[in-house]
Design a protein around this ligand. Structure first.
Ligand code: SF4
Length: 155
């Protein structure tokens, strides 16, 4: 399996250095050099060309999608707020679509695996997620898992 970025382009594993972001890793050189403190896009990672993710983030991506959908439902109900505040807080269709496509790509990659490879990936993911919890706040160590980045193709 390959590394995939928002444009849908593949990325060789050799360029996998980066810093941790929510749901994946950032490979934007300036931000990486600054240890993750110099994002020019205010951490809108899911819409960024420099964002990569992998199968180990699938549960987080699924939880994020559920959060976005719940937020949208709440904001569309009788929630009192100024229009500008509601508009800024409202998850966009594009954002929701981006997360959905990303999840689909990760799942599609998983579907191509043999049961044996899938079992190996599941074990690796469990290990990575455990170590990620322990290493919270530390720079990300690159894991031998396939990376994915969201497609920019319209839905
Ligand atoms: S938005 Fe892009 S540049 Fe900023 S932290 Fe996320 S991936 Fe890196």
């Amino acid at each position: 399996m390959t590394t995939v970025r928002p444009s849908g382009a593949s990325q060789p594993r050799a360029v996998s250095s980066g810093v941790a972001t929510p749901y994946g890793v950032c490979r934007e050189p300036t931000n990486v050099a600054a240890g993750g403190h110099a994002c020019p896009l205010r951490f809108r990672c899911l819409g960024c060309e420099h964002f990569f993710t992998d199968v180990s983030y699938l549960p987080d991506l699924q939880a994020h999608l559920a959060d976005l959908l719940r937020s949208r439902e709440r904001l569309m109900s009788a929630f009192e707020a100024d229009d500008w505040a509601r508009a800024q807080a409202m998850p966009s269709d594009e954002e929701i679509g981006r997360v959905r496509r990303l999840i689909d790509r990760v799942r599609t990659d998983l579907d191509t695996l043999t049961p044996e490879d899938r079992a190996h990936i599941d074990q690796a993911v469990a290990l990575v997620r455990r170590s990620r919890t322990v290493m919270l706040g530390m720079p990300r160590i690159h894991q031998p898992l396939p990376d994915v980045r969201p497609s920019r193709n319209p839905e």
